[in-house]
Write a protein that binds this ligand. Structure first.
Ligand code: FEO
Length: 170
């Protein structure tokens, strides 16, 4: 049985993951409105991954006899000046998610909750990937420095992203 404190934190993280999906879905609409369909495709897959992250947490609570609570998801701010600003916002969001995953891991350690620690180890590793992927695109957009042709090269590369396999939690 999961403790109330861990359960509450997992429920908070479920909301964070759905918020990320919502934020990234909004970013899809920005990119599509600019005819940057490679960026749109990349972000669409990102939004889908966030739903899978949320579902991992939902299943964890179900499996542990916990109670799933679905909080309200606020509307994201979707005013952006440039693709670089979008990607910087995405990276900043991932950094926030990393901090909350780290807090959740520390809480699982405090409660000697080994199943939660194992689950959080998956998320810790995932966050390294998430920050790396978003950070790389931010760096490339900075290198592009407003060049339309460089932007289109990046867009073409992002169109090649393939969906991550849906693995069972470690
Ligand atoms: Fe679920 Fe992008 O972290």
């Amino acid at each position: 049985m999961v403790s109330k404190e861990v359960q509450d934190a997992v429920n908070g993280q479920i909301k964070n993951e759905f918020y990320a999906a919502y934020l990234y879905l909004g970013m899809v609409t920005y990119f599509e409105s600019k005819s940057l369909s490679g960026f749109g495709h990349w972000m669409r897959l990102q939004a889908r991954e966030e739903v899978l992250h949320a579902m991992r947490l939902v299943d964890f609570l179900i499996d542990r006899g916990g109670r799933v609570e679905l909080g309200a998801i606020e509307a994201p701010d979707l005013e952006f000046d440039s693709p670089a600003e979008v990607m910087k916002t995405a990276l900043a969001h991932e950094e926030k998610v990393t901090a909350s995953i780290n807090d959740l891991y520390a809480l699982a350690v405090k409660h000697n909750d080994y199943p939660a620690q194992v689950l959080m180890q998956w998320f810790v590793a995932e966050q390294v990937e998430e920050e790396k992927n978003a950070g790389e695109i931010v760096d490339q957009l900075e290198l592009a420095a407003g060049s339309a042709s460089a932007l289109l090269v990046i867009d073409g590369r992002l169109a090649d992203r393939i969906p991550e396999a849906e693995e069972a939690p470690a």
